[in-house]
Design a protein around this ligand. Sequence first.
Ligand code: ADP
Ligand code: MG
Length: 179
Amino acid sequence: MDSWLIFSTSSNKTMENHVVFIALGSNIGDRARALNEASELMPPDIIPVSFSKVYETPPWGYEDQPPFLNQVIKARTHLSPPALLKRLKEIEQKLGRKPIFRYGPRLIDLDILFFDDLEYKSEKLTIPHPEIDNRAFVLVPLMEIAPNYIHPVCHKKIVDLAAHVEVDSIIEFRGDNEQ
Ligand code: ADP
Ligand code: MG
């Protein structure tokens, strides 16, 4: 058994049936297409089960860059957290993401938000993603597909976390031609 499992606070989860939430973001090129392709490129060991709508959101962290499209996907997987991150990085690379400065513009960004109720920390990976609580562009799509999901560290529901962030600038995206 993988050593990471010892960090799980849950005893009744099987290795084959993890529920994970993945955040997708893009702010360069054909952003909607990048999100679609990222979903389509999910390998057979990552099975999406629900998708939030796509939202257009102002840049965060470094503000002098184009607006993002953001989406959250709920998926099932038997992969371990590091293996899941590796698969997501492979998708980012297939879609042509080049390394750039942190919070800078990107063709596609795939982050692991939650992995069951696991708390996991290594040099390369922190789960739950440490910025969930203050990122409206994550909380709004997450609230759409998992409003009652309880954050395993702060033990608050997503809907309650979302009540504490500014959500007015997170707009449902209906396509570039209709704006
Ligand atoms: P950003 O923080 O803006 O998503 P990157 O996508 O460039 O920036 O991620 C930088 C690094 O963050 C990744 O290479 C990965 O090792 C690390 N990381 C830590 N925790 C996570 C997580 N929960 N999901 C995805 N990447 C993570
Ligand atoms: Mg990332």
